[in-house]
Design a protein around this ligand. Sequence first.
Ligand code: ADP
Ligand code: MG
Length: 629
Amino acid sequence: MVELRLSGVGKTYAGEVPLRALRDVTLTIRQGEFISIQGPSGAGKSTLLNQLALLDTPTSGDYLIDGVGVRTLGERRRAVVRSENFAFIFQSFHLLPGRSVVENVALGLLYRGLGHRRRLRAAERALDFVGLGRKSSQRVEKLSGGERQRAAIARAIASGAPVIVADEPTGNLDSRNSDQVMELLSQLNRRGSTVIVVTHDDRVASYASRHLRVEDGVVEELDRTAPAPHRELRPEPMRGRPSRLRVRDALGDVWQGLRARRARSAALIACVALAVALATATTGLSTTARFQVSDVFDSQRNQLVALAASTTSANLAEQALSAQSSERLRGLAGVRDVAVLATHPSVDVTARPSAPGGASLQLVGSASQTLPESLFTVSSPRPLTSLSDDEVILGSRAAQTLQLGPVIASPVVWVDGRPRTVVGILTDAGLDVGLLDSVIMVEARAADYSQPQYASVKIRVSPGAAQQVAAQAPVAWLPSAPQSVTVDAPPDPMTLRAEVEASIQAVLYTLTAVAAIAALTLVTTIMVSSVMERTGEIGLRRAIGARRVHIRVLIASEAGLTGLLGGATGAYLGILAILAITIGRGWQPVVDWAAVPAGIAGGVAVSLLGAVFATHRASRIEPSEALHQ
Ligand code: ADP
Ligand code: MG
């Protein structure tokens, strides 16, 4: 037996202009009554119903349920008392789309700590009662409006709560369906349930035995067509323990919810998966790319060392260009090839004897008989194992300036008036592009023209040996004056490699961070909009016994599960991407399997972070908001 006693209850909605929606209502409702509440729109009917069903707190007066004051109860106790005593039927049904009829009805018992099976059994019985037994496994979307409201009545019945509260239950129904719904409510009333119906329809109100009218927040008692019945019999026994949720049922509910909103769930999972795939692929690729960079470094760079020294002193010039110096350089560990060159002042070179139109070219003497192939590219009709005294090699630009004929014809040039046969054209001298404007002959003959200004050495070294060779070469070359040698070695490969690797990593990590932020933003947006859309559903959950914490857990679990699925998908796609890219480029793929758990954890983290705001927003939805929708 549940007795509801309002005494002097008022409700004022705060605002710029406070709105007194209920004034001084004193009213007692006993178990088994069938009450209609009528009145114009905006009169305060829903507000009254909210106070009666503990969906809202009055601003003044007292409310006793079975003699116990409930106005000052905390959120937790209110949820318990509400769930113990009240079941709800709304104008807009509030059935959860995408779920079966029976699952929707069983939801009425979700926050009662009951197992799934017991809930389903109670739901089936309630569906039989409202005549929907045969439709229990259909999706709710397939039901007609009347059937939907009957399913909502079944949800109310299944909960076994003794007081059924209905706000405009027939507002969306035609008269035939309205009658069916009211018949069902009458039947429940005859079984002992208290029924309170807000309606603007006299025909609906006529099913009630007691009639209230609300106008401007004032409640007026109309006729009472029959004396208040005293029912001994309680309605359906209340099942389970109010405001309890079992973990397994909560997870089942979350899973069903995700399945029911397939498109949105897929969008969320795709978001998370994309971010995780990008992160997995970029971190994975950064490892692979680093190996790749290292290879390139070892094979290409760091294999050339250049030395130079001024040779203004004849002594130094002799030492720099001596065969012994070359031998010492060649003997250093890690040296593959050496070329020692002497640079002389410019000479006049012409393509014909004593003709104008010649060019002033750098004269370069080679201390050895030839230019090593590993350091210079020379195009020549014959292998250039050695240069004889009257033979020269011309730099390609010099040859162009002189408009020299093909080398195969052994063209002759006049160097300061002396004829020399051109046996090769130097097309590539590495970084020393000045050589392309030079005329090169053996040093013994170049010395006939002038003293060298400076000497230089080009060394091809084994991979990784550049630094060591650069350190030792000056002494090997000019033991008497190593300090006068300038060394041009590539930067320390370790440092440079580390720098390049670091910059590659920085780029990839930036990409990852951008992806994560984008995913976070998207997830947040989708989740918040989803919560807004589900205000009615969440209000309903609160009404039937969910506490704020249950709602938080619901939204966070949905996010966690989404993150789990997205993370796993993303890690899988990321690894596929790494394999596709590395194999496509012929690199050695480096897959770190720790990326899978890391990806899943990352997905869950992104998703939970994205859900923070939505979770907060959802937990603030009040049970009374179920009525507004
Ligand atoms: P009814 O159900 O009779 O149509 P309500 O009880 O919903 O009327 O509303 C009574 C008055 O209180 C209306 O003027 C309405 O605008 C106002 N009202 C209802 N709910 C709120 C609220 N949450 N905040 C502020 N004003 C509200
Ligand atoms: Mg209303």
